[in-house]
Design a protein around this ligand. Structure first.
Ligand SMILES: [Zn+2]
Length: 405
């Protein structure tokens, strides 16, 4: 029993030290000791083992505050690599990343209209290529997928676009690659990516990423932890009813859901539907060919129809977001996904929507911005799930490296 506790303390101290090294570009042993409150000799022992593992390296001499100049330590960013996968687009994208989230290899394969077993085979194809290309020990594979995900069990409960129901994705990938695997909803991955690799966050920050594509989801980080909710369903805001009367039918069976007015698909469909009734619009010339790109061009040129449908979508988004802001008292809202192409005017319309329901004080305190990481944030967030588990750094050289070489 005593031995177990000692082992536990040792790991805890080691993880604290690693966390401090991860959080700094470079840091001295004395600073680590000050930050972690571990004794100097404990820190020295841990650092010696981290250097032996190749995870930490001495990078030079820092400035002295009197006495001997301290030696600075830094993380060896390429000591281990990790794989991140994004299944949320019409391309499956994956990457091999280093410990600082820098992409070293990437693979993109077209996935439009792919579902069921074919989608799974495509996942294998992307991963086979990435695993084969890896030239460092791999910590594991993180997957960001659309749909409802039981992250604890590693099961995709329901992903409509991929035609997956109760797919034990983690188990399947672990069996195939002999690596630790984490599976998470795409919006939650985006939020983790933003929190881990975006700027201006502390480990205890709270934020919400609103991911707008054909569907709409939210990734919620509370005090630095992703909030999954019961059964992993937290952040399913796409089906909040925002149109009370005369709403359009939604794929979920209700009418007037947020997705029917604010998703990219909805915005394009509304523009096509309304084009004939707004004769002054350039889009009225051939309504059937309206897509996001032509809508964006028209929007930039001040086209009345484009502005109407896009800004209305933004206001509806704001309305739904106000529910989250008021409930969780989170002040940092990031809009991600395809609608970001409409720029600051879209943000203003989201704020307008917020203002319809929130207290003025809450509105002033709430920041609504676009995400910073752009299209790689799901890959980054999925991989961060594994990076945050420091124990994986010490698993030794797994079998796949031998297989792949
Ligand atoms: Zn719905």
């Amino acid at each position: 029993m005593r031995k177990v506790t000692q082992q536990h303390t040792k790991e805890h101290n080691r993880n604290l030290t690693l966390k401090t090294v991860f959080a700094h570009e470079s840091v001295s042993r004395a600073e680590i000791s000050r930050i972690t409150k571990l004794t100097r000799s404990t820190v020295s022992d841990i650092v010696a083992s981290l250097v032996a593992e190749g995870l930490v390296v001495e990078v030079g001499v820092g400035s002295s505050r009197g006495g001997k100049s301290p030696i600075l330590l830094s993380l060896v960013a390429d000591a281990r690599h990790v794989i991140g996968l994004d299944l949320a687009h019409d391309r499956f994208s994956g990457a091999v990343l280093n410990l600082r989230g820098k992409i070293r290899q990437r693979v993109d394969l077209p996935a439009e209209g792919v579902g069921g077993d074919a989608a799974l085979r495509l996942v294998y194809k992307v991963l086979d290529k990435l695993v084969r290309s890896a030239n460092r020990p791999l910590l594991g594979i993180g997957v960001g997928t659309p749909g409802l995900v039981d992250t604890r069990g590693g099961v995709v409960v329901n992903a409509v676009n991929l035609s997956w129901q109760n797919l034990p994705l983690r188990q399947l990938l672990q069996d195939r690659y002999d690596l630790p695997v984490a599976v998470i909803n795409d919006s939650q991955a985006a939020a983790i990516g933003e929190h881990t690799f975006g700027e201006g966050y502390t480990p205890e920050s709270s934020l919400v990423v609103i991911n707008v594509r054909n569907g709409i989801g939210a990734g919620i980080i509370i005090n630095g932890q992703v909030f999954h909710g019961v059964g992993g369903g937290a952040g399913e805001i796409g089906h909040i009813v925002v149109v009370r009367e005369g709403g359009l039918p939604c794929r979920c069976g209700h009418t007037g859901c947020l997705e029917t007015v604010a998703s990219t698909r909805a915005v394009v469909e509304r523009a096509r539907m309304m084009a004939r009734h707004v004769p002054g619009s350039v889009l009225a010339e051939s309504p059937d060919t309206i897509g996001l790109d032509s809508l964006q061009r028209a929007f930039a040129n001040g086209d009345p129809l484009a502005r109407q449908v896009v800004l209305e979508a933004g206001r509806f988004l704001g309305l739904a977001v106000s529910v989250i802001v008021a409930t969780l008292s989170i002040r940092r809202i990031l809009i991600a996904g395809e609608m970001t192409r409409f720029g600051p005017a879209l943000l203003d319309s989201v704020k307008e929507g917020l203002a319809q329901t929130l207290f003025p004080r809450l509105i002033d305190e709430t920041r609504v911005e676009f995400d910073r990481l752009g299209h790689d944030e799901i890959i980054l967030g999925a991989s961060a799930l594994l990076l945050n588990d420091y124990s994986l750094l010490f698993k030794g050289q797994p079998a796949h490296v031998k297989r792949a070489s």
